[in-house]
Design a protein. Structure first.
Length: 117
């Protein structure tokens, strides 16, 4: 039996705002979009999706730390674009012995870690 990960989903309340954050500010390429879901990172084995939180159980998952860490190139530029676009940093960009990291929240408060390594 073979098992692999297809996608990871973050629940949001507004797809237009989510697209602004994830595509326009964060720079993730869009793989596809419907009325309820946007998938990012085409061509990868695991995509990242943002989906409308339509059920009560999904709404409970909006606005929390997702546990997702994204490796980004040019982390200074990405963080500057996020800040200029109105994103809120939960933890500012800082250096550590293993690299540089920031934690940013999307417009619904979902938190993602950004690292450069």
């Amino acid at each position: 039996m073979s098992v692999s990960m297809k996608n990871i989903v973050i629940f949001v309340t507004d797809l237009d705002q989510a697209k602004k954050f994830y595509a326009d500010l964060l720079g993730l390429p869009v793989a596809g979009q419907t009325e309820m879901l946007i998938e990012f990172l085409p061509g990868t084995s695991t995509t990242l999706g943002v989906a409308l939180a339509l059920q009560d159980e999904a709404r409970k998952l909006v606005g929390r730390h997702t546990g997702i860490t994204l490796k980004v190139e040019k982390i200074d530029d990405v963080c500057a674009a996020l800040k200029a676009g109105g994103a809120r940093f939960v933890e500012p960009l800082e250096s550590s012995p293993w690299g540089r990291m920031a934690v940013v929240a999307d417009f619904d408060g979902n938190q993602l870690a950004l690292v450069d390594r």
